[in-house]
Ligand binder design. Sequence first.
Ligand code: ATP
Ligand code: MG
Length: 395
Amino acid sequence: MADNKINLVFIGDDELTLEKQLAILSYSGDIKSKVICSKSIIDSISKHTQDEHSIVIINLTANGLKELQVLNDIDGRKASIIIVGDQKNVELLSLAIRSGVKDFIDYKDYEGKLDGVFCNIKKNITHAYNSSNVKRLNAIINAKGGSGASFIASNVAYVLSKDTRLKVALVDLDLQFGSIGLNFDKVPKYTITEALDAIDDLDSISLEAYMSKYNENLSLLLPSPSDILLPGEINVSSLRKLLDLLEINYSQIVVDLPRLIDPVSSMIMEQADQITLVLQQSLAQFRDGRRLIQILNKDLDIPLDKISIVANRYDQKNTLRIEDLKNIVNHDKVYMIANDFERVASASNLGVPLCESSPNSKIAHDLKELAKNLGKVEFEGGRKNLFSRFRTLLA
Ligand SMILES: Nc1ncnc2c1ncn2[C@@H]1O[C@H](COP(=O)(O)OP(=O)(O)OP(=O)(O)O)[C@@H](O)[C@H]1O
Ligand SMILES: [Mg+2]
């Protein structure tokens, strides 16, 4: 927890105000250092804004525009910034927004607001720190072909990469008919087979060359869209090494497995923190689900609490209910994902995950809930962001 402590920096030209602000926040136990800078304001801004564990409170002086401009120009700034200044000054407000500050408190209100704003920012920093220490491996497999396992894996990985600040690797282990690349409109430059061939020479840095980057936090490891690999052609210990390397760079690994019980999928499922079986709402698929759970539990010795079920394309009007599924598969941990042909087809045509193209739909909500549980993470957000609060303020 030691590294999780915050450096608190107060910048401004009125020492008395800075002392007052320090007194307001001094109760907090998670503070590593407290620094007051009442001279050389511009230099102090440049000097104290590089550390991601710092919260810097800048009290704008009469030179506020210049101070915000300096802040705006700093490359690779990592600290969280709270501005205290004149909220009625629109020029200051808009420059503060452009500079990506976390909050802007009116200088007349800081005594009542500083504490709440500070606590919120501190919570987010602590959350990001704690989450980045979580390592999760999720394996997704379907109980019957076409149930939606690749669709679910793609969206779970995407949501984890967007709604947390975690690094996520999505691995497509369907080496014959993998479709993850299509879901993200990506053709790999180097494939998973090439990474496995080179495994003895790879380290966590060179491994990155084999990953196809989708966004800042999400990278894909994909099979070749043209060369098909036969079962048995993958060396399990090479794959194990590859997983170890991935774990160094990524907090969350999501593996899309083909519907095949072989040494490769068995190894992944043994290593996984959670295995999710995807099925649809029919008696035949419920029975397939039961059979697969039995194989995993009895033959592969996978404990039942490591297994989740997703009832995909769930329709409330279907006479087969979730209770029927629980009874038939004899398992309680069940998630439901809505059926939404139009939105899913449109996302697929665009080559983007559904949670990106329709983030506010019911199906996206279901997928986010699933991702939160599988990734064992809390998502950020909830509080109105600075930009929308400014819009209200200026309206
Ligand atoms: N909840 C949903 N609503 C509507 N369409 C869906 C939903 N989930 C998946 N689909 C669609 O169903 C089809 C099959 O999905 P997907 O390829 O993910 O299944 P799979 O289980 O991975 O199949 P495979 O056996 O080929 O690996 C895709 O066209 C996908 O877009
Ligand atoms: Mg698939």
